[in-house]
Write a protein that binds this ligand. Structure first.
Ligand code: C5P
Length: 236
């Protein structure tokens, strides 16, 4: 299969005229790849967690690029053009919003905050506003409204689901793509690499912050998310 793109943690292959194959690798990076390591089996856990969350979204009426898993860490997806925005929704103040704005760590937002960053490492993914997005021609006005609406809908579905398995969802990032007909669908991945996930009781991080800030064993955290979602670990 022809390699289309090699990202920081995933490789995209041409599968056929309408589909790509995404390989979830064991690479983990942070701070624009200043930090990079290989974490055994991480690709497997992220692929499986992502697949289940895409299925959950589809079952709740949110279109995604997901088709099916072809191998434990290889996902078949519909070909889409990715909108170069990191679509972030926040329920609890943590991370960059606490570093860059006067929000107090742990504050629960009455209404979720949607933030759109320009996806470009060379510019360090800067925060955008609507006028900049439109001036750069990244979306139409109609698409922009739809993207924000999708972020809130995805937030509702994911937040309720994670709470049902004892996990808080402080924030997450999704990417949106345009399919062959120009319809917007959720793409890329939804995993502990791209979501903040906290144990509901202890508030302990079960996501990539373990790696970013050396808080704990990142693979053990991802396995715990998997265990909550699937009931047991593979092979148990
Ligand atoms: O770092 P920050 O607080 O802005 O991250 C907000 C959310 O977006 C977090 O869940 C983080 O995992 C995710 N994110 C991401 N990829 C990035 C930046 C943030 O998945 N490049």
């Amino acid at each position: 299969m022809k390699e289309i793109a090699r990202g920081k943690a995933k490789t995209l292959y041409e599968y056929d005229g309408d589909h790509y194959l995404i390989e979830f690798r064991d690479d983990i990076t942070a701070f624009d790849s200043v930090k990079h390591d290989i974490v055994g089996d991480k690709g497997y856990y992220n692929a499986q967690i992502s697949a289940k969350l895409f299925e959950l979204l589809e079952n709740n009426g949110v279109p995604t690029h997901y088709v099916k898993m072809l191998e434990p860490n290889k996902m078949l997806v519909k070909k889409v053009d990715i909108v170069p925005l990191e679509v972030i929704a926040r329920n609890i103040a943590t991370g960059s919003i606490v570093r860059n704005y006067p929000f107090k760590e742990g504050t629960v937002f009455e209404r979720p905050i949607v933030m759109l960053d320009y996806k470009d490492d060379a510019y360090h993914d800067p925060l955008m506003n609507d006028d900049m997005i439109l001036a750069m021609g990244l979306t139409t006005e109609e698409e922009l409204a739809k993207i924000k609406e999708m972020a809130l809908r995805v937030n509702d579905v994911l937040k309720n689901y994670f709470e049902s398995v004892g996990i808080l969802l402080p924030d997450f990032k999704i990417e949106i793509g345009r399919d062959g007909e120009g319809k917007l669908v959720v793409a890329d991945e939804i995993s502990p690499d791209s979501c903040r996930l906290w144990d509901m009781e202890t508030k302990k991080s079960l996501d990539k912050d373990n790696y970013r800030f050396d808080k704990g064993d990142v693979l053990a955290a991802y396995k715990e998310v998997y265990r909550r979602m699937f009931g047991e670990l593979p092979g148990e």
